[in-house]
Design a protein around this ligand. Structure first.
Ligand code: DOR
Ligand code: ZN
Length: 347
């Protein structure tokens, strides 16, 4: 029997599109999304309104005229970010949010924040202007085990900042633990993105039976109990939880190396995987909230006007295992099961 689900066009509230040749290679794979929050961790990072505006133009050019995706830009917060530039870029409609990377937490985070007191002025100005702060929520203290870094971040950094700046609207990006899900569902003025891959893999997928670099991302996938907590949060209908794929393409050469970098490239098959996951959990009726309604409401935007349709067929959806990017290839995330849900996009 053929099954259908019609959804308001989904949005991706956390996406890496990169720049140059990689941008041109990956942009079209996100084109069935209405809007996407674009991460600013380029080399060098996007730190001023003028840079965000120029980057947006490069993305729009790479997307071409047929594609509907609207890039929502962010600034990369540094210890020398000027509060006035942030507020002006937001007032001019150039940026939708600011991203905070603790220095050293992940890919291209070297210019991130070491001393959180140094960004207090920017955070106060953002609270005042209603600009959301997107957090990479992991401590970088080498004494903290990598599997505990999200939970420790909540106690040491996130909660104190939220108490010091109560009006600040915060998104805890790509939560990976029950601690993250519980903190978000117990508080207001906070939302959380959940990635597609963290709903599918746990740490065994990365490490048992051989190291699988294409499942390595940050925050790293945790044990199974945490994956199940994320599934419950995503399918709960709680509007604080919404999709941010964190689709993060890297050349295979850089991932399949003695020191492989973090990131899963999920843009090409995300919606098919999510339909599978939500159906498996008996929550297909809540998929639209997660992908198309909750994030927009959090950011104070209307849901997209148009729709896409997901159709479950007897034959699996086809997607490439790799895509070319200049002289490189990028591996597409393999969920480990066939995807019978196909995306039909009238646009
Ligand atoms: O896995 C990740 N990849 N996590 C991040 O926080 C950054 C991202 C990237 O830019 O590659
Ligand atoms: Zn990311």
């Amino acid at each position: 029997m053929t099954k259908f689900v019609t959804l308001r066009r989904p949005d991706d509230w956390h996406l890496h599109l990169r720049d140059g040749e990689m941008l041109r290679a990956v942009a079209s794979y996100s084109s069935h999304f209405g809007r996407a929050i674009i991460m600013p961790n380029l080399v060098p990072p996007v730190v001023t309104g003028a840079q965000a505006s120029a980057y947006r133009d490069r993305i729009t050019a790479a997307l071409g005229q047929k594609m509907t995706l609207r890039p929502l830009m962010t600034l990369y917060l540094t210890e020398s970010t000027d509060p006035a530039d942030v507020v002006a870029a937001h007032a001019a409609g150039i940026i939708s949010a600011v991203k905070l990377y603790p220095a050293g937490a992940t890919t291209n985070s070297a210019s991130g924040v070491r001393d959180f007191d140094k960004v207090r002025g920017v955070l106060d100005a953002m609270a005042e202007a209603g600009i959301p702060l997107c957090f990479h929520g992991e401590v970088t203290d080498p004494a903290i085990d990598i599997f505990d870094r999200e939970a420790v971040f909540i106690d040491r950094v996130l909660d104190p900042i939220r108490r010091a700046t109560p009006g600040l609207k915060v998104v805890m990006e790509h939560i990976t633990t029950s601690d993250g899900a519980e903190y978000v569902s117990a508080n207001d003025n906070i939302g959380a993105t959940i990635t597609t891959h963290h709903l599918v893999i746990n740490r065994n997928h990365i490490l048992a039976g051989g190291i699988r670099p294409h499942y390595y991302c940050l925050p790293v996938a945790k044990r199974e109990t945490h994956r199940l907590a994320l599934r419950r949060a995503a399918t709960s209908g709680d509007a604080r939880f919404f999709l941010g794929t964190d689709s993060a393409p890297h050349p295979d050469r850089a991932k399949e190396s003695a020191c492989g970098c973090a990131g899963c490239f999920t843009a090409p098959n995300t919606m098919s995987i999510l339909a599978h996951v939500f159906e498996e959990d008996g929550a297909l009726d809540r998929l639209e909230g997660f992908t198309s309604l909750n994030g927009a409401a959090f950011y104070g935007m209307a849901a997209n006007d148009d729709t896409i349709r997901l159709v479950k067929r007897d034959v699996p959806a086809e997607y490439p295992s790799h895509i070319p990017a200049g002289d490189e290839t990028v591996t597409v995330f393999d969920p480990g099961f066939p995807l019978y849900w196909h995306v039909e996009d009238p646009a």
